[in-house]
Design a protein around this ligand. Structure first.
Ligand code: HEC
Length: 111
């Protein structure tokens, strides 16, 4: 079960990497933002705040500019810029990453 899940995420990823911008929506199965919220509360809220409005330790993830689409958010978590810690793959599975990116994408435009 677990292996099959990671194989599926890997296949997803490969599709994502080979896709052109216009094929993005067709190629990528989007993360589950609802599940992503629980990943967020567990792994990100300590720094970005329970409502993602920021804290002393991390910036608000609300009101991000529209250039922050789901793909860019995914990349920012996958290969973060210090001082944002690298949580993948030590603390996040590929699925966690996709789901939390979908969650941030969903709330990013909200103030
Ligand atoms: C230890 C604290 C910490 C944790 C835990 C953390 N972050 Fe961050 N995060 C930061 C800091 C600090 C930055 C700002 C980095 C910079 O200055 O470029 C950041 C930046 C970001 C950015 C880019 C935002 C921007 O405007 O540049 C995103 C997106 C983000 N984090 C998402 C997440 C997600 C999702 C999680 C959980 C999976 C997470 N972070 C966990 C501290 C943290």
């Amino acid at each position: 079960m677990k292996n099959r899940a990671s194989a599926a995420s890997l296949a997803l990823l490969l599709t994502a990497c080979s896709g052109h911008a216009s094929g993005e929506r067709a190629g990528i199965i989007r993360g589950d933002g609802t599940r992503g919220r629980s990943v967020y509360l567990e792994r990100c809220a300590a720094c970005h705040g329970a409502e993602a409005r920021g804290s002393r330790l991390g910036p608000s993830l609300r009101a991000l500019s529209p250039t922050w689409n789901e793909k860019r958010i995914f990349a920012a978590i996958e290969e973060p810029e210090a001082p944002m810690p690298k949580l993948y793959p030590s603390q996040l599975t590929r699925r966690d990453l996709a789901d939390v990116a979908a969650y941030i994408d969903r709330i990013a435009a909200e103030k």
